[in-house]
Design a protein around this ligand. Sequence first.
Ligand SMILES: [Zn+2]
Length: 493
Amino acid sequence: MKKVLLFLIDSMMPDVLEQSVAEEKARAFRFFMERGQYINDCVTVFPTMTASIDCSLITGVYPDEHKVPGLIWYDPVEKKIINYLNGALPVLQTGIEHCARNVLFDLNERHLSKDVKTIHEEIEERGRTSGSINVIAHRGHKEHRVELPFLLDAVMGFRMSEKVSGPTIFSLGTLVKPAIFRPVTWNWSQSPLASYGLNDPYAIDVLIEVVKSGKQPDFTLIYLPDNDHKLHKTPHLAVEHLSQVDAQIVRFLRTFDSWEQALEQNIFLFISDHGQTVIGPGPEHNIPLEELLSGFTILKLGDTVQEDVEVVICNNERMSYLYPVADGVLPKLVKAVEGDERIDLIAWKEAEWVRVKQGGTERTLSFRKGGDRRDCYRNEWTIKGDWRVLDLKESEGGGVDYGDYPDALSRLYGALFSQAIQVVVVTAAPGFEFLSACSPTHLGGGSHGSLHKRDSLVPLLIAGASRPMPYPARIVDVKGFILQELALHATVV
Ligand SMILES: [Zn+2]
């Protein structure tokens, strides 16, 4: 039976992929496109930030079920901000130890709900093998020892016996090395300057060694992050950045006698986690959250919520979670942000309802699960108010169709109901992003996080599979497709 390889390429966008192929700057992608199925509008998860998306990719559900709300969110139990290492400054402010612990241990062992199963767990429970290379969401049934580099070890004070769970073949940069015969020989991509091996060349080095070792698992998920870092800085060079990813795929394909042989032995899937939106060059393209919320006492980064704190800001670039942590603050919080036209959507929950306002207008919309409005993903809804807020349209059969905000209802619901506590979601209009203490900003560069289609539609390229991926496609459907290809039917948990 064929093995499955799923490449997760950070911030790969459909138009850039198509342009790279058309300009003959992507030989590997062209090879697979000519032999496979290409979907240019696969819908990702909201917020369009890596951590919550990775969790959805491996569990097949939105954050209301897997319970990881975003890259940055507020944990009401610890009364602290959770940051899975976004940006050097907020990490320093929040504490390197805290952030590294969040991403290395808590994300998989504490935050990711035990009520859902990861693809690795499902595959290995049925006697097959699974693999994960450099993906931060990796929960599985095997325990792996973390080898912390000396510097990080000293900062965090971890014991060398710390373990994380993962599938049988598991690699996380140089922190967790896979159990294969040949060690990956040291090169520059493993140095601390290259994020401890959390980069494209190292991930491909590991993959090549896994295949050469003869221990290639039935399924392997490989995360390639470099495209995202480059796009944030120079979005106008998008084709060049993606062609460098293609070069890494070409390097992997050379492991085989021919590219055709690679395809005979493997099903290849290439997907992205989210898109990016170009941010305007001037400072007015940053929406200053602390300024807008100057009437509230805001939690300082690195602090714990005490009685005097009213609001916690968790900035996910083009989306933010604003947590009203004191009584009666929520309506005032909505009022404080609703007048700014740079804010696209403001959403919160009331019992089972989601309320949405369009920034800078009087338009409002409410929806809840269940009802007579069916969408193209076979979910049913009750919708009241002005449909223009979420660019909803009536479908031919009297259901609901999506426009600028793909799968808007399930995705917004997924973010708001990821936690039981009250929270206000705000998204930035195209061309804008949120500014808050120490947050990374990208004036004139690229950014993401919002519900808008520019951040939300990703390419999905599949070659060598036995059947086509059903259309329309979402990231949460990929797990089920892979289990089917491996002749393992998805279980309901
Ligand atoms: Zn990014």
